[in-house]
Design a protein around this ligand. Sequence first.
Ligand SMILES: C[C@@]1(CC(=O)O)c2cc3[nH]c(cc4nc(cc5[nH]c(cc(n2)[C@H]1CCC(=O)O)[C@@](C)(CC(=O)O)[C@@H]5CCC(=O)O)C(CC(=O)O)=C4CCC(=O)O)c(CCC(=O)O)c3CC(=O)O
Ligand SMILES: NC(=O)C1=CN([C@@H]2O[C@H](COP(=O)(O)OP(=O)(O)OC[C@H]3O[C@@H](n4cnc5c(N)ncnc54)[C@H](O)[C@@H]3O)[C@@H](O)[C@H]2O)C=CC1
Length: 223
Amino acid sequence: MKYYPLSLNLAQFKCLVVGAGKVGKRKLQTLIKFNPLHITVIDPYTVLPSNFLSYPFIQFKKKSFEEKDLNHHHIVFACTSDIELNSTIADLAKKRNLLINSATKPEQSNFILPAIIEKKHLTISISTHGIGPALAKYVKNEISKNIGPEYDLMAQILEKIRPLILKLNNSSEDNSKLLNQLVKTLVPVLKKNDFQTVAKLLKKILPTPLIPYVGEIVDELKN
Ligand SMILES: C[C@@]1(CC(=O)O)c2cc3[nH]c(cc4nc(cc5[nH]c(cc(n2)[C@H]1CCC(=O)O)[C@@](C)(CC(=O)O)[C@@H]5CCC(=O)O)C(CC(=O)O)=C4CCC(=O)O)c(CCC(=O)O)c3CC(=O)O
Ligand SMILES: NC(=O)C1=CN([C@@H]2O[C@H](COP(=O)(O)OP(=O)(O)OC[C@H]3O[C@@H](n4cnc5c(N)ncnc54)[C@H](O)[C@@H]3O)[C@@H](O)[C@H]2O)C=CC1
């Protein structure tokens, strides 16, 4: 089985997590980082720790799962210790065309979760297509060792400069060439924290109308 990776805007989705055990809490911890519209957590036996309850978008219901709990939700995580129940939840969710992740049986899910490296402006997802989550976790730790602050700094520059470049109304081809050149040239210099050279290179590479922005952009990197 091959899974297609995509990045969801969770601000538009209501999530349901059934089972607040070890796995349910891990899924919840990841969801929280990505600003979901709402999360309902259901568990009849385990109480959700108070650190989770302080989020205004999380609602905990100390009850057993019922089909009507699926109402108004878009993404469902079946994380109970009851394999049969996870399977039932998956079937019901699929009947309603919901996104469903079963912690026990990937083949019952229509999406699975990758291991992620989460930086301010960069997310790296690693999946083994369900073959070996421990391997996904290991690769994540290996890659993490090589991901320093330079990529976030580059993203910070792009956040400012890319909209301005696009506003110049040059061809897509020219924009692509310029932005690829910026990234390729600046990342190695950002890695050395050499902001003076970053400013010099920006002035050299950017189109003339954008040069006045360089000082402000580089100052913000230092903060
Ligand atoms: C298919 C998938 C469905 C899904 O959950 O989305 C799935 C399924 C299962 N996981 C199981 C076990 C473990 N899962 C982890 C860890 C993680 N599992 C995650 C994702 C996924 N797990 C999806 C595929 C991801 C991919 O494509 O690689 C991560 C990446 C993301 C996350 O969960 O947020 C997170 C990394 C956290 C991190 O980054 O640190 C560890 C490691 C550990 O705990 O140390 C173990 C023990 C070691 C092992 O078994 O490998 C079992 C057997 C349960 C049992 O034995 O009963 C099943 C069921 C089955 O495989 O049938
Ligand atoms: N996908 C993954 O990454 C992993 C999946 N698993 C699988 O995930 C499942 C859960 O594992 P853990 O979280 O470690 O178990 P756990 O025992 O820590 O948590 C299970 C939770 O399900 C709750 N539960 C039981 N019946 C329920 C019901 N009717 N309605 C709502 N909640 C109910 C329990 O109260 C408990 O809090 C297991 O089937 C396990 O094999 C385990 C490890 C990793």
